[in-house]
Write a protein that binds this ligand. Structure first.
Ligand SMILES: Cc1cc2nc3c(=O)[nH]c(=O)nc-3n(C[C@H](O)[C@H](O)[C@H](O)COP(=O)(O)OP(=O)(O)OC[C@H]3O[C@@H](n4cnc5c(N)ncnc54)[C@H](O)[C@@H]3O)c2cc1C
Length: 404
């Protein structure tokens, strides 16, 4: 078995195979030089703590004990489906009976900003995070300002971390609101005022006219009224694209992700795809691609079952978290296009949950600093029962009692 990728999904698959007692030969091939590690801290604690180390999922000794051979810093460059072999950049190749693509995503970039600009960054992996952490430290000393392009989760987490380090931070968002792809308008409003309260300058609905580049540096950004916003350092937080190149070239079906069935098999039954790179079929026939640790971990469990000969389609409830300074956002379920929303105030200041329902059925819950609400919401949504909005919105009624 060959696993291509060294992120959350690959690591979780190794664990699931080990737990299931899989005795066969497994190779994990990663483009990165590190063993699979926790990615979420890269925009949070890791940036704020100069001494914080990258946190590996498992040690090298563990992989050795499980008989899993790791090949680091040597990406797969081609898949030869006819002969069931993968070719690595180093020139070596590996035969497979079963192949798993766990290649994740790549940070989206802009054509107008050529690669290699010295003060333009993305934040996707440990190399990006180390470089950025060093720069943030230097910027603090020099009194420079960080500009973040994009008001999505990673951009906002980074903005909050930089503010907590004492930096001046400006976020530019071209959409009419923050987190447009992922949270409700009501939560987005709360997040906006939270960041402004932290002292971050946030401009939304910005029209970008162009970028002024001199000597390998982005000097300023032209906005709206043709004014030029000076840039010390810029981080692009404009989302990610699924890493499907290998799948595309070898002729697997792709469309905003590698297309997989409910058991995570691609259009070639010897090849699976899991995690951020996989666009999977939900039990009700919809196509979904999610970028979250939950999805990577739960895909790995389903993939292990498929690889070991089982047939158990993926049906885990999506959930997600984000930490933006002192605010912890947690989402359970998927936000429907239209729904009724009920607010449940939290026990502490600046804590609440927004419940989104359709026809009395709870579909999604967005919690702010309310981890217990989040945990109970996951159970309530998974149970599929109809719930009374008056009870949901009453903080005196324990959510647990609604399950009984
Ligand atoms: C800064 C940051 C913060 C995040 N915070 C959160 C959070 O708070 N909560 C949350 O739920 N999610 C968070 N996420 C998202 C989460 O980390 C991803 O959803 C998760 O890592 C997906 O796992 P994956 O294995 O599919 O992809 P990844 O973890 O991205 O791993 C993909 C791996 O494949 C490797 N690869 C790609 N192509 C090849 C190739 N050809 N050959 C070999 N290897 C290859 C890559 O180098 C990488 O190691 C965050 C992501 C980032 C970047």
């Amino acid at each position: 078995m060959v696993i291509v990728g060294g992120g959350h999904a690959a690591a979780a698959l190794c664990s699931a195979l080990a737990q299931a007692g899989h005795g066969g030969r497994v190779h994990l091939v990663s483009a990165e030089n590190e063993l699979p590690y926790q990615r979420p801290p890269l925009s949070k604690g890791f940036l704020k703590q100069p001494d914080e180390a990258i946190a590996p999922h498992k040690s090298a000794a563990w992989y050795g004990e499980q008989g899993i051979q790791t090949r680091l810093g040597d990406p797969v460059v081609a898949i030869e489906r006819a002969t069931q072999r993968v070719r690595l950049r180093s020139g070596s190749d590996l035969a497979y009976q079963q192949l798993v693509l766990a290649t994740g995503t790549r940070a989206r970039t802009l054509e107008a900003l050529p690669p290699g600009l010295r003060n333009v960054h993305v934040l996707r992996d440990a190399v990006d995070a180390r470089r950025l952490r060093t720069r943030l430290g230097e910027m603090g000393a020099a009194g420079q300002r960080l500009t973040v392009l994009g008001g999505g989760f990673i951009g906002l987490e980074l903005a909050a971390s930089a503010r907590q380090l004492g930096l001046e931070v400006r976020v530019l968002e071209v959409a009419p609101r923050l987190l447009g792809r992922s949270v409700s308008a009501r939560l987005a409003e709360h997040v906006l005022s939270h960041h402004r309260g932290m002292g971050t300058e946030i401009q939304i609905g910005v029209r970008i006219g162009g970028y002024d580049i001199q000597d390998d540096r982005l000097v300023s950004i032209q906005v709206d009224d043709n004014s030029h916003l000076p840039v010390d350092e810029l981080v692009l937080g404009i989302g990610a694209v699924p890493a499907t190149d290998l799948a595309d070239v070898c002729g697997l079906a792709t469309d905003n992700g590698v297309l997989v069935d409910g058991c995570l098999r691609t259009s070639d039954p010897h090849i699976l795809a899991i995690g951020d790179c996989a666009a999977f079929l939900t039990p009700d026939g919809a196509r979904l691609r999610l970028e979250s640790v939950q999805n990577a971990n739960d895909h790995a469990l389903t993939a292990a079952t498929t690889l070991l000969g089982g047939e158990e389609p993926y049906r885990a409830l999506p959930w997600f978290w984000s930490e933006q300074g002192p605010v912890r956002l947690q989402m359970a379920g998927l936000l429907p296009r239209s729904c009724d929303t009920t607010l449940r105030p939290g026990a502490k200041a600046n804590s609440f949950t927004l419940f989104h329902l359709d026809g009395g059925k709870l579909l999604c819950a967005e919690s702010v600093n309310a981890p217990l609400d989040h945990m109970m919401s996951r159970k309530l949504i998974a149970s599929g029962i109809s719930v009374d909005t008056a009870l949901l919105g009453d903080p005196a009624v324990p959510l647990k009692s609604l399950l009984l």
